[in-house]
Design a protein around this ligand. Sequence first.
Ligand code: SF4
Length: 392
Amino acid sequence: MEKIGWHPDLPTKFDRVYIEDKSWNSPVAERARRIFPAERIERVKRQPFPEPGNQLSAAEYNRSKRHLYLCEYQGRFFKRCPGARPGLACCNYFVLNLGLGCDMNCTYCYLQSFLNTPVLTIYSNLPQALEEMREFLLEQPELKIRIGTGETVDSLSLDDLTLYSRELIAFFRQAPHWRLELKTKSAKVDQFLDVEHAGNIIVSWSLNPQHLIDHEEPDTAPLAERLAAARKCRAAGHHLTFHFDPLIYHEGWQDHYRQVVAEVTSQFAPHEVLSISLGALRFQPEQRHLMRERFGMKSYVTQAETFRSADGKHRYDLDLRREMFDFVLSEFRRHSEDWNLLLCMETREAWMGALAAMPKSVPGLGEYFNGQALTAFREHQKQNYNEQGRNR
Ligand code: SF4
């Protein structure tokens, strides 16, 4: 572990790094103590800063990005994706939340709708997360499932600190029919490229034109670096997926999206990218105020004309969403009909308009929509709760 380097920006990324007593000797805390200057590290008994009742203020939210807290997670790590809801055509999968918060700063970030933790938190008890997955694997050894770690924290933006990808990839060698999805807007992949794997790791980039990255995704990696990192992962034998998400309307959007599709299609062949998903801008109504306070009205996101859709989120109207989906889809298809394209977190109406098919009928995706896995997981959770009840 000692030999694995870190990004030169990491040691100054945080004003302060708090390490909970119980986590002080965990591998991630020991590495943090090597990376960050001693004067920035503080050993604490509990989370610093009071937790507000509901939402963080803009100042508290901005501060949370500069304060890191390492502690043990008290709940269960391994969960069903919360995106699966009636009325949405979502790719069913499971999540492993290894932290809460993000060191990057996208204007539209959905964490703004619910985050009330005043510090960026990384959980130090990874072995517990691995154990929870192992229990499910032993119980259901045949099930094919996908597990993502990028739900409440970026999978890789702090991975040069945690090195969790290395342990996860090693764990997934024991479950070659499972897939691990590492989802990111960073370009940090060097720390795991040497780890032996079972060909079941998907490294997944959210992509946008560089103009939008500059405008709406502060502190994320530039497009060219994300694509270069994807090429390294491809060379190491990992699967790739790309997400054009969120598509954001702005003057010149067609030219910008045409350019980014041209970048992708010139650097990758359709068979090298498992899927490309599209999602249009969406956000929870409760985050609008915070976005405006934090980014003003210069952002294309805060300026956007949006409407509340059936699931409560604000989205562009259906015609504009379809126009944007159709444009990007046709740019890919102009290059080749073989790109595996889908929409995620979209309403059924948009799916029917854009692809005339639901996700499970897109070739190669059927197995991800297998209700068997979710039923088995519900049963597994029930047993866990019953056992906890008996042990109390
Ligand atoms: S990278 Fe993801 S989690 Fe981080 S700020 Fe952007 S949208 Fe939020």
